[in-house]
Design a protein. Structure first.
Length: 176
């Protein structure tokens, strides 16, 4: 039960104009706009444009192993793999080797063998390249994650300090 001296107070936000404080509900614009005219609303930020300082320099030898010769050097800071590229590939059971007698190994057979060997080498090289790129990107992302966690910890610490300062100010001068 409230004592007779207590009154219910409704706090309304105010808008500072010059030296005067105007109740926010009186400063509304026509056509239902609720934001004050001079509100400093930041523009949206594209998360891909944010640069996080990460102390990470990949080994140049690793970059060479994860880059395609004659093309741009692989940059783990910028490259993003698609969901499809990161999907685990099913294990394919190797076919049993079929013995071919020497008398059936003609020019056509050897041409097919050379062609197959080159295709197998290209496939192994492409797989190795992709594995190297993923490993380097994962290493970079781990470092970036660590840097971001440290930044979050620092910001939380700073927020705590700001809250303490605000609490001390409000204790001395009343709420803002």
């Amino acid at each position: 039960m409230r004592s007779p001296a207590c009154h219910r107070v409704t706090l309304l936000p105010t808008l500072q104009k010059g030296g005067d404080r105007i109740p926010f509900h009186l400063s509304q614009k026509p056509a239902g706009q609720l934001l004050p005219a001079n509100r400093n609303t930041p523009s949206p930020i594209d998360p891909d444009t944010i640069q996080v300082p990460v102390g990470y320099e990949p080994d140049p030898a690793d970059l060479v192993l994860s880059s395609i010769p004659g093309q741009e050097m692989f940059d783990p800071r910028k490259h993003k793999f698609s969901e499809e590229e990161l999907k685990p590939q099913p294990m394919i059971k190797k076919a049993r080797k079929v013995f071919i007698p020497d008398d059936l190994k003609d020019d056509k057979y050897w041409a097919r063998r050379r062609k197959n060997n080159m295709a197998a080498k290209r496939s192994r090289d492409a797989r190795r390249l992709k594995e190297n790129q993923i490993a380097i990107r994962a290493s970079f992302l781990e470092k970036e994650n660590s840097a971001l966690r440290q930044e979050v910890a620092d910001l939380r610490k700073e927020l705590g300090k700001c809250k303490n300062i605000l609490a001390k100010y409000e204790a001395r001068h009343g709420p803002l």
